[in-house]
Design a protein around this ligand. Structure first.
Ligand code: TRP
Ligand code: SF4
Length: 400
C-alpha cells in the first residue's frame, strides 16, 4: 500500500487574506499532523489564465508561501514545493493527454464557467482547456489519496479519477496480466485466496460494494505481497488492469465562514478582504468604515443584525454572550455601531498579530523560504521519479 498521502495546490496569488486562513490554511495545518502532506505553488496553472501577465510568479509564489508558513504550515511535517520546478508534471500531463478524450475536457464545468466569468481574458487556448488535466498530473504524480479542495474544484478531482481509471485500464494489462494476478492471489494462502476470489466475484457479478471493501481490506492486511502483486490484485479486483495510478478522493474544505467587509464572500477581487499581513491601523480603519444596517441612520435608530455585514463577523469571532450583547444592543439602539465593531477589531488584531510576527521572520531573511522550497522540491522530485518510472514502463518508454 502507498501511504495515505494528501496533496493540494494553490495558484500564486501573492499575499493571502483571512478567507484563505479560515477556509484552507487551518485545514492544511490540521491535516499535516494526520497524514504525509504535499502542498505546492501551482505556478503553471496561473499561466493558463494569465499567460499575458506572468508578472513576478516567483515573488507572488514566495509571498503566498510566507503566509502558509506564518499560519502554521510546517515544513518539518509537510512537503512544500513549486510545480514548475518539477518538470515531471509536464511529462505526465503530456503522456496523459494522449489518452484523454477531448470531450471529457470540454465537459468539465469550470471550462465554460470560467470562460463566461473571465470574459476579458483569452481562455481559448490549448493550455486552458488542459487545466484540469494538468491538475490530474499534479495529483496522480504523488499517488495522493486525499485532495483537500473547495467545492469548485471537486469536478477536477472526479475528472482525475476517470483519468486514472482509464490509464490503468489501458496500460495496466501487461502480457499475462490475468495469469500473474491469479498467481499473486494464490500467495495469500489457499483459504484466504478462496475467500478473496469469492468476494471479487460477488463484486464483479453483483456489484456488491461491501464485498469489494472486504476484499480490499484483505489485501491491505496481507503482509507477504510484493508491491507489484498487490497493485495487480487491487486492479484485478475491480475488473481493471494493474493499478499504476491511484484514484484520489476530494476532501471537501468546508466553505470559509469568513465573510468579507461587505457581507459577500471575502475575495481580493471584490476589494472586501483583510490581508493576513495587513497593518493594524489598516485593519482598524477597514472595520470601522464597514457598512452597517442601512436602517440605522441615527445612533438612536434601532437596527437588525441580520441586515448588517458586521454580524457575520461576530458569528466568527464572538462567543454566545457577546452575540447576545450585540442582538440586544442593536435592536434597542442600546449600543452604537462603532461600539459594536470594537470587539471584532480586537479579535481580528489578536488573531493576526502572531501571524504578522511569524511572517516577519521570513520577510527579513528570504533565504529561509528559498531553502524550504528547495528541500521540498527535492523530496517531491524523488517521489515524482518513482511514479514516472512506472508510467514510462507501462507506456513502453523505459529506454534502458
Ligand atoms: N486548481 C486549483 C485551484 O485553483 C489549484 C490546483 C492546481 C490544485 N493543481 C492542484 C489543487 C492539485 C489541488 C490539487 O484552486
Ligand atoms: Fe451592525 Fe452592530 Fe450596528 Fe447593529 S449595532 S447595525 S449589528 S454594527
Amino acid at each position: 500500500m502507498y501511504e495515505t498521502r494528501v496533496l493540494s495546490g494553490m495558484r500564486p496569488t501573492g499575499a493571502l487574506h483571512l478567507g484563505h486562513y479560515h477556509g484552507v490554511l487551518r485545514n492544511w495545518v490540521r491535516l499535516q499532523s494526520e497524514y504525509p502532506c504535499l502542498f505546492f505553488v501551482a505556478d503553471w496553472h496561473a499561466l493558463t489564465t494569465d499567460y499575458e501577465n506572468p508578472g513576478e510568479l516567483q515573488k507572488s509564489g514566495n509571498d503566498m508561501v510566507i503566509d502558509w508558513l506564518a499560519t502554521g504550515v510546517d515544513p518539518g511535517q509537510a512537503t512544500l514545493f513549486v510545480q514548475s520546478q518539477i518538470p515531471e508534471h509536464a511529462e505526465l500531463h503530456l503522456l496523459l493527454s494522449m489518452m484523454v478524450p477531448l470531450g471529457w475536457l470540454e465537459r468539465v464545468p469550470t471550462y465554460k464557467d470560467q470562460q463566461a466569468k473571465l470574459a476579458d481574458r483569452d481562455l481559448a487556448t490549448y493550455g486552458f482547456l488542459g487545466y484540469p488535466l494538468l491538475q490530474s498530473a499534479d495529483i496522480l504524480m504523488y499517488r495522493a489519496r486525499y485532495v483537500p479542495v473547495g467545492e469548485d474544484q471537486v469536478p477536477h478531482v472526479e475528472f482525475t479519477r476517470e483519468v486514472a481509471r482509464r490509464f490503468n485500464h489501458l496500460y495496466g494489462r501487461d502480457a499475462g496480466f490475468e495469469d500473474k494476478a491469479k498467481a499473486a492471489a494464490k500467495k495469500m494462502g489457499s483459504k484466504k485466496a478462496r475467500l478473496w476470489n469469492e468476494l471479487r466475484k460477488k463484486f464483479l457479478e453483483q456489484g456488491d460494494a461491501e464485498a469489494l471493501k472486504r476484499a480490499q481490506v484483505l489485501l491491505d492486511e496481507q503482509q507477504n505481497l510484493s508491491r507489484g502483486d498487490r497493485e495487480r490484485l487491487y486492479g484485478w479486483l475491480e475488473g481493471a488492469g494493474k493499478r499504476i495510478l491511484v484514484e484520489p478522493e476530494a476532501l471537501l474544505t468546508a466553505a470559509s465562514r469568513m465573510p468579507g467587509l461587505d457581507g459577500q464572500k471575502m475575495s481580493k477581487s471584490y476589494g472586501n478582504s483583510i490581508a493576513l499581513r495587513e497593518e493594524p491601523e489598516a485593519v482598524t480603519r477597514k472595520i470601522r468604515t464597514m457598512p452597517t444596517d442601512p436602517a440605522r441612520v441615527k445612533r438612536s435608530d434601532p437596527g437588525n443584525p441580520e441586515c448588517c455585514p458586521v454580524w457575520p463577523l461576530h458569528q466568527v469571532y464572538s462567543d454566545e454572550a457577546r452575540q447576545q450583547w450585540v442582538r440586544q444592543g442593536c435592536t434597542t439602539a442600546g449600543i452604537g455601531c462603532l461600539e459594536c465593531k470594537q470587539p471584532v477589531i480586537d479579535a481580528v488584531l489578536a488573531e493576526l498579530a502572531p501571524i504578522r510576527e511569524r511572517a516577519q521572520v521570513y520577510l527579513d531573511d528570504p533565504t529561509l523560504v528559498n531553502n524550504i522550497l528547495a528541500d521540498g522540491c527535492d523530496k517531491a522530485r524523488r517521489l515524482a521519479a518513482e511514479t514516472m518510472r512506472d508510467v514510462r514502463e507501462a507506456m513502453g518508454l523505459l529506454y534502458t
